[in-house]
Design a protein around this ligand. Structure first.
Ligand code: MN
Length: 424
């Protein structure tokens, strides 16, 4: 039983009803405090909680944590421990901040900060990053646009959780603004490529999971074991330069159209906190190969929202989707990733692929929302978007809704700055 998931539990820290961070959440992140100390922490309501201070005060006695495990600039050392330890820490935090318990004022002063007073940092040093392509509607839409509506899915798609290895070093935190990328593009009807700023700047609405320490190289992780190796999830924006991508991707797949940046939300919400929101996925037909079979409900009902904001208007919602629409689930993705003996390490990050629902208002990219630029979207100031413009901010939000509270991820917000000049 996961004690921290007790839906009746209340905290002595005040939490508003629409907060993403009730005591049932207890996400993990890294932040810099006003005294410039960096620590691993969690959040309840609008309070940032310094887990290093809690450990020093002996609140984690009896849990097999190393010394100074939270006196770190990333979660990686915590990720190397296994699920029973992660669970014990989260259960203990739920107990410490339970409304039936108290904390003396000196301890509160050492442990608590207002969330506005801390600076969120990149939570994980991502070793390897993989992006899947696991939303059927997204794969279908792209297939319709670029191939043939009658054969939209490639022959392998219903048999393999398709993915590619991306670039870990350019994954950045929410709030890190990015410059419009530059690269080669082949203009429509042209025979020769041109070079310049990307004209078709796009986002991809995704969720990602962060892994714990896997097995030795040469061993695989089965679908039944997969959840034990998944620490938690965050929101993931897989920035995509469509014109660069279109010219370069044959035959080896995405390269400069993707590797200039991807953005994540700062809090990693544990898989344990998401357990109450498990739902059944779409029936997989034709039947998958035995190593991809799984038991139980492995999809998760996470409501997703995408907004554009600019200097001229407030955040404007352009899409509402849901993580439950995934065709391939995380256990299948991880089982497939390792079935050949590929190893995973603590701090690997695996993104879902663009999450598109089956109605046009639930599509997860501008490419699909504007249907390749043929259906512009009108903004509150009357301007139109086919793709993203300079100085647009793109916001993604995600949460699971329970009867009396929500388990949220906060948001990932990124502003697109004009392309930098190229010195040749
Ligand atoms: Mn993607």
């Amino acid at each position: 039983m996961i004690k921290a998931n007790d839906s009746n539990r209340k905290s002595w820290i005040e939490v508003s009803k629409d907060s993403d961070f009730p005591i049932q959440n207890i996400p993990f992140g890294v932040f810099k405090k006003s005294d410039n100390n960096i620590c691993v922490g969690t959040r309840i309501g609008d309070r940032a909680i310094d887990l290093n201070a809690l450990q020093k005060l002996n609140y984690f006695a009896g849990i097999a944590l190393g010394p100074e495990i939270f006196n770190k600039e990333t979660l990686n050392d915590l990720l190397k421990l296994n699920k029973p330890v992660w669970r014990a820490v989260r259960d203990r935090i739920a107990e410490i901040f339970d409304a039936n318990n108290e904390m003396d004022e000196t301890h509160k002063g050492l442990v608590l900060s207002m969330i506005e007073e801390v600076e969120m940092m990149m939570p994980v040093s991502v070793g390897d990053y993989t992006d899947f392509y696991s939303s059927r509607q997204h794969a279908y839409n792209v297939g319709c646009m670029f191939r043939d509506p009658n054969n939209a899915l490639l022959p392998n798609w219903l048999h393999i959780p398709v993915g590619y290895h991306g670039r870990a070093s350019s994954i950045v935190l929410s709030g890190t603004n990015i410059h419009r990328p530059k690269g080669q593009q082949l203009p429509v009807d042209a025979e020769m490529p041109v070079f310049g700023p990307c004209k078709l700047m796009d986002f991809e609405l995704e969720m990602a999971f962060v892994t714990g320490q896997g097995k030795e190289l040469g061993n695989h992780i089965s679908t039944a074991e997969a959840d034990d190796y998944i620490f938690g999830m965050c929101i993931f924006n897989d920035w995509s330069a469509r014109d660069i991508q279109k010219w370069e991707y044959v035959p080896l797949g995405p390269f400069l159209g993707k590797n200039f940046a991807s953005s994540i939300s700062p809090w990693i919400v544990t898989l344990d906190a998401l357990e109450p929101f498990r739902v059944e996925g779409e029936k997989q037909e034709p039947a998958v190969l035995p190593y991809l079979e799984f038991k139980g409900n492995k999809n998760i009902d996470i409501k997703l929202e995408v907004q554009i904001a600019s200097d001229h208007f407030e955040p404007h919602t352009i899409s509402r989707s849901n993580y439950k629409y995934m065709y391939w689930n995380m256990t299948q993705q991880l089982a497939h990733h390792t079935v050949n003996g590929c190893n995973i390490n603590a701090g690997d990050l695996m993104a879902s692929g663009t999450i598109s629902g089956n109605t046009p208002d639930a599509y997860g990219s501008m490419l699909e929302l504007s249907w390749k630029g043929t259906k512009p979207i009108t903004m509150p100031d009357g301007s139109e978007r086919k793709f993203l413009q300079d100085n647009d901010s793109l916001i993604m939000k995600a949460h699971c809704q329970a009867d009396h509270y929500r388990i949220g991820f906060g948001k990932v917000r990124t502003k697109i700055l004009p392309a930098k000049k190229l010195n040749i």
